[in-house]
Write a protein that binds this ligand. Structure first.
Ligand code: DQA
Length: 138
């Protein structure tokens, strides 16, 4: 099984970015842990701070079995990313590290949720692992 993780803006600086909200772990370190733990799954990872690059990456995802997407701030304003998800047949799980519903009002709306298979949020980096499990566990 192939699962592709796509992270949006500012998730390249996890570990030093608002650690009281997002924790102290760098995503690449976490990704290495995931690869070690889920050796039977072909995990890949892409991050960009640029909306168009995230859209192009999603358009290339037809050959994977599942996408785990944290669109970060674009969650709340990107119709383009939502349209890209609708373009591909691959299921996309939306994840967030923080519980966006406990935060500012502008984080409560997601353009991704209506077009995603499901949404996992608020479990810290574990949100990504829960998404992997929901693609793989019966
Ligand atoms: C986030 C939540 C977003 O509101 C925020 O803009 C992010 C990270 C999360 O994972 O909790 O960059 O997607």
């Amino acid at each position: 099984m192939k699962i592709h993780i796509i992270n949006g803006p500012n998730l390249n600086v996890l570990g030093k970015r608002e650690p009281e909200i997002y924790g102290y772990t760098n995503f690449k370190d976490y990704f290495t842990e995931l690869q070690f733990k889920y050796k039977n799954i072909e995990l890949s990872y892409f991050q960009s701070n640029i909306e168009g690059e995230l859209i192009s990456e999603l358009q290339e995802c037809d050959d994977v079995d599942g996408v785990i997407l944290n669109a970060a701030a674009y969650t709340h304003n990107s119709i383009g990313i939502a349209d890209a998800i609708k373009t591909i047949s691959t299921p996309v799980i939306e994840v967030h590290i923080s519980n966006t519903h406990q935060r500012e009002d502008f984080r409560k709306h997601s353009f991704i949720t209506p077009v995603a298979l499901g949404c996992i949020l608020g479990f810290g980096l574990k949100s990504y692992e829960l998404a992997i499990k929901s693609f793989t566990d019966d």
